[in-house]
Design a protein. Structure first.
Length: 320
């Protein structure tokens, strides 16, 4: 049963949109094409909550590329940052075969960023797409390889790396207890301290491509599956798990087709659905749920096909 503390949806506008409740214009990190990432400290954020208005402005911008970059690597398909360490996914890197994939670690050095490591899994193989999703929390990084085929075509796998000194070592390889061909496990990943969340957007427990999400927790150096999550109303082709995020005991999970995102909360070792989020303007087909993030009691959901404003995209915040 969903709790009595639902999230309230607030619209976030693109430049020139009519939305006034919240506006987030310049991202803190954005992807360059085809093979670069811009890490930006240029941030204009305006949050109006009652009479509170917050504005922050910084003025440094750094472009980073891989030391061994080649054409069509797609460096920057996925990015994540924690403190002074960033990770960048490169699913089309071909160091171990066509589209085997890689991820790069960069650390801040004064006002610049330097490459610290290139990550590849111990069982890397052609076509895995390692790096399609990345996340980092402190000294732990998570990288998805949703096309890994150890349990069948595109069954998927996820890899945990930990930093020791200036080096990064693979600590674990995660696959779900019910791994199956075509599940796409690893299409999305997120981590907060000792809890990782992994999307399997093509899991078929509730019908073709209905989707599922798995929670893993660390004890010492071991990672164990804690839960498998599905939405109460999930249906075929929802692609539940296309996006994931976690903050302490709260997770948010996006869908691809049905314009919704779901909040789950942990109590002990049990996870329950707390709320279903839908865009306040009742738009259909706006991609609400393709990207999600959460911090404390505030969640944000992307809607890249929303037609408000001249950029034709929007995001929505939800507060608990």
């Amino acid at each position: 049963m969903e709790s009595a503390t639902p999230f309230s949806v607030i619209s976030i506008g693109t430049p020139n949109s009519d939305t006034k409740s919240m506006a987030l214009f310049i991202p803190s990190a954005y992807i360059g094409y085809p093979n670069s990432v811009v890490i930006s400290c240029s941030l204009f954020a305006c949050l109006i909550s009652g009479i509170e208005q917050i504005r922050e402005s910084y003025a440094a911008e750094v472009k980073i590329t891989a030391g061994d970059a080649t054409a069509y690597d797609n460096f920057g398909v996925s990015v994540s940052i924690s403190g002074d360490t960033a990770i960048v996914g490169v699913p089309h890197d071909d160091s171990v075969g066509d589209w085997s994939g890689a991820a790069y670690i960069f650390v801040r050095d004064g006002t610049g960023w330097v490459q610290q490591a290139k990550l590849t899994p111990s069982d890397a193989s052609e076509g895995d797409g390692f790096g399609v999703s990345v996340a980092i929390s402190g000294e732990v990084a998570v990288v998805g390889a949703w096309k890994n085929n150890d349990v069948g075509d595109a069954s998927g796998a996820v890899y945990i790396f930990v930093r020791e000194g200036t080096g990064w070592l693979q600590q674990a390889r995660l696959v779900p207890s019910d791994a199956s061909e075509g599940n796409g496990f690893g299409v999305s990943v997120a981590i907060d301290r000792d809890t990782a969340i992994v999307g399997a957007w093509r899991d078929d427990d509730a019908g073709d491509a209905s989707g599922a999400v798995y929670i893993f927790v660390r004890s010492g150096a071991a990672w164990k599956q804690q839960a498998k999550l599905t939405a109460n109303d999930v249906t075929p082709y929802d692609n539940f798990g296309i996006s994931t995020a976690i903050s302490e005991d709260t997770a948010i999970i996006g869908t691809f087709i049905v314009d919704s995102a779901y909040i789950f909360a942990r109590d002990g070792t049990r996870w329950t659905q707390q709320a279903r989020l839908a865009p306040g303007d009742d738009a259909v087909g706006n991609g609400f749920g393709e990207s999600v993030s959460v911090s404390g009691n505030t969640a944000i959901v992307g809607a890249p096909y929303d037609d408000d404003g001249w950029l034709g995209s929007a995001a929505f915040a939800a507060v608990r």
